[in-house]
Design a binder for this molecule. Structure first.
Ligand code: ATP
Ligand code: MG
Length: 570
């Protein structure tokens, strides 16, 4: 490609809302343009990178035995009603009507459509397992589209769906996908971890996320320094927390504790001169369900933090919001003095499982200005106990006893064992070996293909611009003619360009009538792996090769340049 013909509008400045390097460089280097909130168009350079990533994903998916299909972006709402997700998916699901008043959605994920594709066609265990995937546009009306391609509203996902006659077969495919994803992200040259994850709105049990370690990641991931354990903070667990600080042993009693409501745990710990570890704190939330709202109290240790996703899973709500003091009082709780002991059994509350059978605790007495001391956690129904707390740095690994750390990651893939949930809801069944009719076991597997374009930059850039690796670079080499008026330079550069093109190398010839510094700036901003400068050195038969990553320069004789480049570019 000749740069003079390439549509790559580069600019000096990025819009103010572009705060991350990937967002800034994608816009400034002319990879993409924005056409609306969370909506982007890929320009030639961006499209080449996107297609390279897509090809790697496709090659590995095909090699795993999955088959590529393509489902429509517009989906009949009827299918979403069959699965029961139409009402519960929330506002990310864009719902609309056609001229005949038929209801539709823009597909944010395609479980419903794919189940409908195989339903009544795959009828026997003999036709299983089957894995169908696609690489297509998704739409999610994200509340806060941001960070460019990292969180768009329209984006490209690889989504695969597998069908099985048993849980064992599903688990086998889950393993194959974990290996396949590992190959994909390795080929992309990314530093990543497969982590235990929460299954979220898609549902099912057993899921893993693939996280690229990056300081600008939106996700917190917990990693162990002693073993391979890694988990999203939403799903991370720890060995039960303990303390060396002596317990405040006391007989059960009610104490007058005049306490300001705000910061009451700190206040109570000081009041009784005990460590916050021995106090129980109540976090009260408003839980939103499909047809109702409830005020719920979650009880955890005073020095722990409620993990909202765990709390959401505990109560099965669609969403948790902060509850106002009036709402809390109206529901029957005493804000600031709320404890699990003696609390009305009809109120909705959950207790962190680490508090099970613990003793010598202090908690609210469900009466204004009073607390209980000497509390023992017995006599609660088992279903009150849930995992509610957020792991924090320094907690102990549940597997090896090592220390847990927290780092930032960007989710690039997510694999789920869905089980029979969707097939059962949509009545998609097959006959098993014994002639018994049952719903398929399913798995689903996503990769954020357009997000990966941005992730590649987050993972590899400097203050000047992108640094592409060979697997994903839009062009491998940028041949820059230093002085475009110098006929000799121009002729040599053009000839080298033609030679390399003939050898099927992906190279760019910067033949623009621009200053040298301007062209170098574009090379650094766009970030091709190498630039070859054809300049004054040509007079004594030398050209200069620049490595984008190190910015090191190397003089090379024109007699050997083709073979040197062949070695570097392959
Ligand atoms: P997130 O937690 O980042 O919102 P998710 O859990 O909603 O992601 P999945 O439903 O698992 O995402 O989708 C599969 C993959 O699609 C994700 O791993 C991610 O890489 C990508 N993805 C999801 N939402 C977006 C988005 N708004 N823009 C770009 N890529 C996305
Ligand atoms: Mg996810």
């Amino acid at each position: 490609m000749r740069f003079s013909k390439l549509y790559a509008p580069t600019t000096k400045n990025a819009p103010k809302d572009a705060t991350l390097p990937s967002h800034q460089f994608l816009l400034r280097a002319g990879f993409v343009t924005q056409s609306g909130s969370g909506l982007y168009s890929f320009l030639p350079l961006g499209k080449i990178v996107l297609d390279k990533i897509r090809r790697i994903v496709k090659e590995e998916m095909d090699a795993s035995g999955a088959q590529e299909i393509e489902m429509g972006v517009v989906v009949s709402a009827d299918l979403w009603k069959q699965s029961g997700r139409y009402d519960v998916f929330g506002k990310e699901l864009l719902r609309f009507k056609d001229r005949k008043n038929n209801e539709f959605v823009l597909g944010p994920t395609h479980e419903e459509v794919v189940v409908d594709i195989v339903k009544n066609i795959i009828t026997s265990y003999k036709q299983l397992p089957l894995h169908l995937y696609q690489i297509t546009t998704k739409f999610r009306d994200e509340a806060r589209p941001r960070f460019g391609l990292l969180r768009g509203r329209e984006f490209i996902m690889k989504d695969g769906y597998s069908f099985h006659d048993s849980e064992a077969s599903l688990k086998e495919e889950f393993q194959v996908m974990e290996e396949t994803y590992t190959k994909i992200f390795k080929r992309l040259g990314l530093d990543f971890r497969a982590v235990d994850a929460d299954s979220g709105a898609i549902g099912g049990s057993g899921s893993k996320e693939f996280m690229v370690l990056a300081e600008n990641g939106e996700d917190d991931i917990v990693v162990c320094d002693g073993c391979q354990y890694a988990a999203n903070i939403e799903a991370a667990t720890r060995a039960k927390k303990t303390t060396d600080i002596e317990a405040p042993v006391a007989n059960f009693a009610k104490f007058y504790t005049p306490t300001p409501v705000k910061d009451s745990i700190k206040h109570i710990a000081e009041f009784f001169k005990v460590d916050e570890f021995y106090t129980i704190k109540s976090v009260i939330k408003k839980a939103i369900y499909k047809d109702e709202e409830k005020i719920i109290s979650f009880f955890i240790r005073g020095n722990d933090t409620l993990q909202e996703t765990k709390a959401l899973n505990a109560c099965g709500a669609l969403e948790l919001l902060d509850a106002s003091e009036e709402e809390v009082i109206e529901a029957g709780f005493h804000p600031g003095f709320c404890g699990p002991v003696g609390l009305d059994e009809d109120l909705e509350f959950y207790i962190d499982k680490e508090l099970r059978e613990e003793k010598n605790l202090i908690c609210g007495a469900n009466e204004d200005q009073y607390h209980f001391v000497g509390v023992s956690m017995f006599n609660f129904k088992e279903n009150r106990y849930k995992d509610l707390v957020q792991v924090s740095a320094g907690d102990i690994c549940p597997h090896c006893g090592g220390k847990l750390h927290i780092t930032k990651g960007i989710e690039v893939g997510h694999i789920f064992q869905l089980g029979q949930k969707y097939a059962a809801a949509m009545d998609a069944k097959f006959l098993d070996k014994n002639g018994k009719s049952m719903p398929f076991y399913m798995g689903c597997y996503g990769i954020g293909v357009s997000r990966l374009v941005a992730v590649m930059i987050e993972a590899s850039h400097d203050e000047k611009g992108c640094i592409w690796n060979q697997q994903t670079a839009p062009y491998l080499l940028d041949i820059i003619v230093s002085n475009i008026k110098d006929e000799e330079q121009f002729a040599f550069a053009t000839q080298l360009y033609e030679t390399l093109k003939e050898k099927k190398y992906n190279v760019l010839l910067d033949d623009r009538k621009e200053r040298f510094g301007f062209k170098m700036g574009d090379f650094e901003l766009i970030g091709f792996p190498y630039a070859l400068i054809v300049g004054k050195g040509l007079a004594h038969k030398e050209v200069e090769l620049i490595n984008r990553k190190t910015l090191e320069k190397e003089s090379i004789s024109i007699d050997t340049i083709v073979s040197v480049l062949e070695e570097r570019l392959s």
